[in-house]
Design a protein around this ligand. Structure first.
Ligand SMILES: *[C@@H]1O[C@H](CO)[C@@H](O)[C@H](O)[C@H]1NC(C)=O
Ligand SMILES: *[C@@H]1O[C@H](CO)[C@@H](O)[C@H](O)[C@H]1NC(C)=O
Ligand SMILES: *[C@@H]1O[C@H](CO)[C@@H](O)[C@H](O)[C@H]1NC(C)=O
Length: 383
């Protein structure tokens, strides 16, 4: 009985070397099984990294020197799983050193991030310089950028916000077009780093996954749901069913666009209702043309109207409940780079819907496969 059930849980070809059953006389409950990958696996992964030789292996002493013994004054950021220090490498280069806090996840986060990031090269994605995997710590070394979107949101001019939206779209489009695609899974305002001149770079690949879902084996292989990401940015299907594909990044991207439009953080703490979601507040306003209530007062009305409208339309599409109806990053990029294109399509859609009052797409004589513009012709989702 037990063996048969184990066989269901562990698919052939999995690299599972040990299975612990917590209480052997418990009634069977799959949640009481803990599958441990053997520790040897991490040695293999490290050896594989070293063999690639793309990134430098730093020793603890080198990083200790570079961060002035991890002096609190060098601390520039802190997340749930890590602390980030400013560092000056031996060659004088400025760097950021992310030290993972010791936890049962630290090893997995370390390998996932180093393995994924070493294979990437894009001007809008943070660059890995090396790593340290030693008994004292797991650490990852990157190029240093000065600030992030969360810190600078309200100071950014409209042109900088457009530049950020396009840069981030390019980064995600690049990730999603890899084969197999890489899903970032945790796009949020503190993970979007900014250079002095406002050029964005996406960082923090500790939650990223490679999407093998086109591969039959893994799609029939049910993994326990473990939702990671940032509250306020998570797509509904991911929270409810743990479903992961490119469209969860598209949803989070939509939340970032809302932040750029409104100058408000995704989750605001208000004295009245503790926490307020930007999406819940903004979604109804997004459907009524260019609603002034949405626009960040810090912009002081200094923005391009066509770009603002296009960004609002794209945000609305990214935040659709139905993931299949959210546009791809490729389409989004096209919409933002040619705002007039998206506005024309939107106008056509409004004309059709208003004059005829019909919601059936077939009435519009649109070929379902005629291109990205069709997305605009679809009905709105209910909130
Ligand atoms: C660390 O700094 C000390 C003093 O500046 C130097 O002697 C030592 O060689 C450095 N160690 C490394 C690994 O760079
Ligand atoms: C973004 O995600 C990181 C890592 O999960 C987290 O530490 C950080 O607090 C999040 N930022 C925001 C603005 O929620
Ligand atoms: C409304 O739809 C009908 C067909 O369903 C079409 O013949 C007519 O031209 C449409 N009217 C407008 C104003 O688009």
């Amino acid at each position: 009985m037990l063996l048969r059930l184990l066989h269901l849980l562990v698919v052939q070809g999995d690299s599972v070397l040990a299975i612990h059953v917590q209480h052997s006389d418990d009634i069977f409950d799959p949640n009481t099984f803990h599958i441990h990958e053997d520790f040897c696996k991490s040695k293999q992964r490290l050896a594989a990294l070293e063999a690639k030789g793309q990134d430098r292996h730093f020793t603890y002493d080198e990083l200790n020197n570079a961060t002035e013994s991890f002096r609190p004054g060098m601390l520039i950021g802190e997340g749930a799983h890590s602390q980030v220090y400013r560092a000056i490498l031996e060659n004088g280069q400025d760097a950021a050193v992310k030290v993972l806090k010791t936890s049962k996840y630290s090893e997995e986060i370390f390998f996932r991030e180093v393995e994924i990031l070493s294979g990437l090269k894009h001007e809008n994605i943070v660059q890995i310089l090396g790593y340290c995997c030693c008994k004292e710590m797991y650490a990852i070394v990157y190029n240093l950028l000065n600030s992030n979107l969360k810190q600078r949101l309200n100071q950014l001019k409209w042109s900088e916000r457009m530049q950020l939206a396009i840069g981030l779209a390019k980064a995600l489009e690049y990730l999603h077009s890899l084969s197999p695609p890489v899903i970032h899974k945790d796009v949020n305002s503190s993970n979007i780093l900014l250079s002095e001149d406002g050029k964005p770079q996406l960082s923090d690949f500790g939650s990223a996954t490679v999407d093998f879902s086109t591969n039959q084996l893994s799609s029939t292989h049910k993994k326990p749901i473990h939702v990671i990401g940032t509250f306020g940015y998570l797509a509904p299907e991911y929270i409810m069913y743990g479903r992961v594909d490119e469209k969860i990044d598209v949803y989070s991207y939509g939340v970032v666009l809302l932040e750029l439009i409104t100058g408000k953080q995704a989750i605001q703490t208000s004295p009245v209702s503790n926490q307020e979601s930007l999406v819940v507040w903004a979604r109804p306003l997004l459907t009524c043309g260019l609603d002034e209530r949405l626009i960040d007062p810090d912009l002081k009305e200094d923005y391009k109207e066509d770009e603002m409208k296009a960004m609002m339309i794209v945000a609305r599409l990214c935040l659709l409940h139905s993931s299949s109806r959210r546009p791809t990053m490729k389409t989004i990029l096209q919409f933002l780079e040619e705002p007039n294109y998206v506005l024309e399509m939107q106008k056509k859609r409004e004309d059709l819907v208003c004059k005829n009052g019909s919601k059936d797409e077939s009435d519009f004589g649109v070929d379902a496969n005629s291109g990205p513009a069709d997305i605009l012709l679809e009905d709105d989702d209910e909130v």
